[in-house]
Design a protein around this ligand. Structure first.
Ligand SMILES: *[C@@H]1O[C@H](CO)[C@@H](O)[C@H](O)[C@H]1NC(C)=O
Length: 254
């Protein structure tokens, strides 16, 4: 099946078996987008590239793409020690091109997540579950809902979860309370929805520290492990609409 996509991406791109994904960097600085897919089918496109300010790329993704994610990496230098630490945030195993099986990215990172064509629906969200590192929006060509976190959550991020910082001391990330490990017990944590808190009933958003900082600023994003109950976290679009999607970093105000 991998061969099918690799060998015939052009014919798929023009038919009903693929969608077009556009990744646009609207930030006034370079971002290094990265892509990870939890298993086949894989898009026939690189898993990491450099996106200069105000540039975009478009490529085909399978119309049954499952558990795919796109994120941006900031302040990267792949010339030495290429790997997860080549960027101030969002880096992956592999360096510029993320490893297909282990290149999931280092938090904090804002994720654009997709599962297309599952029981007749596309599912998509902008996730802050692994923290925030860039404003991101997912738009589509089918008139379905906007998923976004259009706000720079770095500068005003609460001190306990702020960072990392770039070379000038500017906050280029805001960690989740889970990632920041502020309760010191990640295996049984209300912030991580782990251990005795591992169900929607035992992990309400009221128990997640700083949930409201993320959700109030970015109400259309997925802000903790069980945020579906907010009704504005996970978005759907009928698969029959054959939507094409655009992931925009630093989306302009709408
Ligand atoms: C995805 O779609 C292709 C083409 O229709 C199919 O061959 C493949 O089995 C599907 N994969 C999954 C995981 O559903």
């Amino acid at each position: 099946m991998k061969l099918l996509y690799a060998a015939s991406s052009l014919s798929i791109a023009s038919g009903a078996l693929a969608r077009t994904l556009t990744v646009y960097n609207a930030c006034p600085f370079t971002v290094w987008p990265a892509m990870f897919t939890a298993g086949a089918p894989y898009p026939s496109y690189t898993t990491g590239w450099q996106a200069d300010a105000y540039t975009s790329v478009s490529f085909a993704v399978p119309d049954n793409w499952t558990a795919g994610r796109i994120w941006g990496r900031r302040d990267c230098d792949f010339s030495t020690n290429p790997g997860p630490n080549s960027c101030v945030d969002g880096g992956c195993n592999g360096g510029l091109v993320c490893d297909q099986s282990t290149g999931t990215g280092v938090p904090p990172a804002t994720l654009a997540e997709f599962t297309l064509g599952s029981n007749g629906l596309d599912y998509y969200d902008v996730s802050l579950v692994d923290g925030y590192n860039l404003p991101v929006a997912i738009t589509n060509t089918a008139g379905c809902s906007l998923a976004d976190c259009p706000v720079d959550l770095g500068p005003n991020c609460p001190a306990a979860i702020q960072g990392p910082y770039d070379s000038t001391g500017f906050a280029v990330g805001c960690k989740s309370a889970c990632e920041a490990n502020i309760d010191g017990n990640p295996s049984d944590s209300a912030n991580c929805c782990s251990g005795s808190h591992n169900t929607p009933a035992t992990c309400p958003n009221s128990g997640v520290a700083y949930y409201s900082y993320f959700k109030d600023n970015c109400p259309n994003s997925y802000c903790y492990a069980y945020d579906e109950s907010s009704g504005t976290a996970l978005w759907t679009c009928p698969a029959s609409s054959n939507a094409d999607y655009t992931v925009t970093f630093c989306p302009p105000p709408t």
